[in-house]
Structure formats: C-alpha cells, structure tokens
Write a protein that binds this ligand. Sequence first.
Ligand SMILES: Nc1ncnc2c1ncn2[C@@H]1O[C@H](COP(=O)(O)OP(=O)(O)O)[C@@H](O)[C@H]1O
Ligand SMILES: N[C@@H](CCC(=O)OP(=O)(O)O)C(=O)O
Length: 368
Amino acid sequence: MPDNNLIVVKIGSSSLTSEEGGLNRERIAFFAEELASLHAEGRGVVLVTSGAVAAGFRQIGYNARPKALHEKQAAAAVGQALLMQAYQEAFGRHGIVAAQLLLTRADFSNRKRINNAMMTMEELLRLRTVPIINENDTVSTGELKFGDNDNLSALVANMCKAEQLIIITDMDGLYTDDPRRNPEAVKIDRVDQITGDIVRLAGGAGSSVGTGGMRSKIEAARIATRGGIRTFIGRVLDAGDLRLAAEGCGKGTYFDTALNSLPMKKQWLGFHSLPQGSITVDAGAERALLIGGKSLLPVGVTGLDGDFHPGDVVEVRNAEGETIGRGVVNYAAWQVKAVAGLSTDEIRDRIDVHRIEVIHRDEWVSLR
Ligand SMILES: Nc1ncnc2c1ncn2[C@@H]1O[C@H](COP(=O)(O)OP(=O)(O)O)[C@@H](O)[C@H]1O
Ligand SMILES: N[C@@H](CCC(=O)OP(=O)(O)O)C(=O)O
C-alpha cells in the first residue's frame, strides 16, 4: 500500500441508523465531513461501514430488524444501495469520490482473491477516492459470515497495512462491564495487552441494531494489534472528535500494538484462513506451544474434530475447550486419531509420516 498514514475507520449500525430502522442522513453527512477533513491533509482514508440491513429492513416491509439469514440478506440488498447513495452524496459535497467494495470471509481466506482486492484498494487510494467497505451480505453464507463488521475492519486494516484502526461505536470505549447494565462500570483508557481478562469484560450488542457488541470489537483490536496496527474503540459525536481519536486524545480506549506482532504469513494463518477442523491438546502440549515455542507432537494430542488433510489449517484447543491457536497440520485426521497420545518412537513403528510433528512451530500461530 502506498502510504503509512492510512487510517481505517469502522462505523457501526448504531451510529448510522435509528433504532426503528432507516438511515440517519445527518450522521452520514457528519461522518463524511469528519473523514473529508482527514483526507484533505493527504491521509489515506478507508471506511468500513455497517448499516445495510438496518437501512433496508423497513423499506422492504419488515417491522423490526430481521433475524433469519435470508431476510437479512434481502434487507441488505435494498439497504446497501441506499447506504452507498447516501455516502456518495455526502462525500461528493467535499469533492471526494466514494468507491464500494463488498467483501466476504471467503475472500480473505483465498490468497488470490485477497491479493486482487488489495490491488484494487491500492489503485483506489492512489486515485484519492475513499474506499467504502461492507460485508457482501447478500452472498455470505451462515458459517462463513463475519456477521459483524468489527472483524472485517481489522482484516481490512491488516490487508492495507494501515497505520491506525478506529472503531466508532455508541459507547466511549471499553468499560469494566457493560455500562448499559452496570452503572458502576469504569472506563479503561489504554490496554497494552489483550489478555483473557480483557476479553471477558466485554459483552454483546447494546442496541437493537448493533450485532457484535464490545466482544467482537476487542477481538478486532486483537487482530489489528497483532498485525502491528494501533487501535481505538470509542465514540465520535461532535466535530473534531475523529481528529482527536486519530491524534491519540479521543473519547475511547486505545489498544497498543502487540509486542509480538505477526508477519504477514502468520496473520493469514491466524486470522484469514478457514480451519478445516480442530485438535485438542493436553496441558503439557499447551505449555509447549504457548510458552516453549515448540512444535505440537502427537503425544500431547487428546482429541480431534473434522475431516482435515495434510496441509489444512486446524484450530488447536486446550483441555478447557478454548482456542489457543491455529496451525497447518502434517497429518490427515485419521492419522492424528491413530497417533494421538503416542511417543515419537511408537509412531515410527506404526505409520510412515513425512514429518513427526502434528503442527510444526513455523506453521503455528498462538491466539492467546
Ligand atoms: N465492557 C463493555 N464496555 C463497553 N460497552 C460494552 C461492554 N460490554 C458490552 N458493551 C455494549 O457494546 C455495545 C456496542 O456494540 P454494538 O451494539 O454492536 O454497536 P455497533 O453497532 O457500534 O457495532 C455498547 O452499546 C454496550 O452496550
Ligand atoms: N453487514 C451488516 C453489518 C451487521 C452489523 O450490524 O454490524 P455492526 O453494526 O458493526 O455490529 C450490515 O451492513 O447491515
């Protein structure tokens, strides 16, 4: 990507639409103005926007935001066009051309497709347009759906090696508990490391139009910061708020880049790939992988799920069932079943495998 002053801004449905459905054009005009002011300074600006379902459901005849996938897809088919039209008008007033990119989870897991998207984005940025990205809701299927755009915004930020990711929501940052439910909740200004405790603070969506809630925003911050991208989650209400957020004094929570940010190949493995199954490991193997920097040997495997093949990506879970990372397996599922719990010598006697490690440490990424 051309510059290191690229900013990716994600705006959630709750900031763009009313609870009863329909676009809030005033807010769209406001965000376009704020983004245009950053753009005018020569910054690259990429917008990840939600709101297609919320914008379209009333027009198409539903009384409330639909829950069934096919209904959401129908609402998005109407709403996405309305959303883009509103953005094009709003950016047009500032002399900026807005471009639409609709992406799916499957696009990110396919290197060729994502490279194409990256090149398109590069060209759009070179021409000083503002690329506006949403999930391609009408074609995304159940298990391959992002569902919320937080995740999508982090993958986009990594894809274009952005300098910063700004996730705008209706809350002024991460609190120790959901402030809508607990008035005693206290705001956290800065997070240097996204630990399990930080993830547990965050709950689901607060509004009737939002979907991901704070949980998915923290997950997004984890993906972006592991890619070396500073992340802000917070509120942009008044003129100047977005600039303050970009300058480090916004109304929200800042997440520092992870100490162990991942090279591109491992980012793909950890966040873009589509796991074909899972392997469960015992406490010793968990320590070896997470702390020892070792490969996964068959002796530490206690179970598996799915029908994977050598070279596939699998998720690795600990004894508590929590995902601890992902890796490329050297064995087929039936082979893992045959060697689980066995020592290296015992395995050599039984089957002929190319590599003894179930997952080699070079093909492993920790997600803890
Ligand atoms: N620990 C927390 N701190 C702040 N907000 C939280 C927390 N846990 C849950 N939330 C909820 O997350 C909501 C924001 O997510 P969401 O409704 O999905 O908005 P958006 O449409 O902007 O993505 C907030 O309104 C809040 O109620
Ligand atoms: N792609 C969907 C996004 C779903 C959604 O509501 O996301 P968000 O508001 O970011 O939690 C849409 O445009 O309606």
